[in-house]
Write a protein of this length. Structure first.
Length: 434
């Protein structure tokens, strides 16, 4: 079947951030899947699209691809967007509270976009077939935009926390009670920090990517709501019918002192609590993928590797499997979403316990975002280290995995580490005690 998209290589080169500021930032329905500042490998995609029905996206079949990248990278056109946490929790049978006024999912059918090949420093103008004017417009755009530094953050004061630190610490003890009773092995307890006032999502995203670069950065805006993410965690990737997930469990802050920084990474790698937490989620994801995979195809490709980012060290593993013939996006999400790294284990029991403890919806936070190709490829990241903006303000979710060995003080501090950069990008401070 011929592609519904056509692409033209451009001789011009432009910084993706300049393309974003000069074009996508001004659009009511736009996206940027961002390989990060100064990327020298991988791909980014910036573009505009039309809102589409999430059911259309869920029906895409994932097992018929040829496994070859297109000339303009693995995303050869399709949809860019996100599913919020409660869509998956409800489908799994957990009780949920919906975020008032917030759509449970947003997906844009890509109409025009620029694919950025960072290794070759080359741009491609991609549009739905029959759109003959986009290549010339993209060429003029690339030739005219100039890099601009992120605008200074406004002063929005101190964010409002859903929980006081002492209350969050008490909830950790409630989680440990549930673990002692055998109702869960691990629980990902989250909270939220909110700011009121007018927020410019495009300017905020440029500050966020400067503060905490990530290989799965993203900006997705549809009307009055926008997701701005510096996610370090890939949730699901599907390529040639093979699914991969990369759960992150275990975090340490970075240090400017090289020796201390190395010691923090070594401590993370050796921590019995963090290793147990990570392995539990690996087992959970192996179980989830088994529901839609060829028997015997599931494997742990890597286990307990430390990856380092601008603000944190993380403990990461990789699980893969071959999907059963005919598996759709909806089938895969029903098996694996929400991600086990954002729920705990066993998953349904964990979600029920967390619903009773957290005191409000997660909304977009703890969901997933990225692209779903018309050809059956998929790359979705976890919505963590992220900001969700709306007409009246913004919120940042953060949390951590609780095991029997968790220390409440350390867990409270970890939440503060995770929320600091997104709040700083908004121009807000953490509440006292975090």
């Amino acid at each position: 079947m011929p592609s519904p998209y056509s692409a033209v290589p451009l001789s011009e080169w432009a910084d993706p951030a300049a393309l974003f500021a000069g074009w996508v930032a001004r659009e009511p329905h736009g996206f940027w899947l961002d390989a990060g500042p100064d990327a020298t490998a991988g791909w980014s995609w910036l573009g505009v699209g039309a809102p589409d029905d999430a059911a259309t996206v869920r029906a895409v079949e994932l097992t018929g691809q040829d496994g070859q990248d297109g000339a303009w990278g693995p995303f050869r056109g399709g949809w860019v967007g996100w599913f919020g946490y409660e869509t998956g929790a409800a489908a799994a049978g957990a009780p949920v509270t919906r975020e008032p006024g917030e759509p449970p999912a947003v997906w844009l059918r890509a109409e025009r976009f620029i694919a950025v090949d960072h290794a070759a420093r080359r741009l491609w103008a991609v549009a739905v077939r029959g759109d003959t004017g986009w290549a010339d417009q993209a060429r003029r755009l690339a030739a005219s935009v100039v890099p601009v530094p992120p605008a200074p953050a406004p002063q929005l004061g101190t964010a409002r926390g859903r929980h006081l630190p002492a209350r969050y610490a008490a909830l950790i003890e409630r989680c440990r009670d549930a673990i002692r009773e055998g109702d869960a092995y691990q629980l990902c307890l989250t909270t939220r920090f909110s700011v009121a006032g007018e927020v410019d999502p495009a300017a905020t995203y440029l500050r966020l990517r400067a503060l905490t670069p990530a290989h799965h950065g993203g900006y997705v805006r549809s009307g009055g709501i926008a997701l701005l993410s510096a996610s370090p965690e890939r949730f699901l990737e599907v390529d040639a019918g093979v699914a991969r997930t990369r759960p992150i469990k275990g975090t340490r802050p970075r240090s400017r002192d090289a020796a201390e920084d190395a010691a923090l990474a070594a401590e993370l790698r050796a921590s019995p609590k963090e290793r147990a937490e990570n392995v539990m989620i690996v087992d959970l994801m192996r179980n989830d993928l088994s529901r839609v995979s060829v028997p015997g195809s599931i494997r742990a490709d890597t286990l307990l590797e430390v990856e380092s980012y601008a603000a944190v060290h993380q403990l990461v593993s990789t699980v893969s499997s071959r999907l059963a013939p005919g598996t759709t996006v909806g089938d895969l999400l029903d098996a694996a979403f929400p991600a086990g790294s954002m729920t705990g284990a066993p998953k349904l029991s964990a979600m029920k316990i967390l619903h009773a403890l957290e005191g409000g919806p997660r909304g977009v936070f703890a969901g997933c975002f990225g692209y779903i190709g018309h050809d059956g490829r998929l790359d979705l990241a976890m919505i963590i280290r992220s900001i969700v903006t709306g007409p009246d303000g913004a919120y940042v979710g953060a949390g951590g995995g609780i095991t029997w060995g968790s220390q409440p003080g350390a867990e409270v501090a970890e939440v503060g580490v995770k929320a600091h950069a997104p709040l700083a990008a908004l121009g807000a401070a953490l509440p006292p005690g975090w």
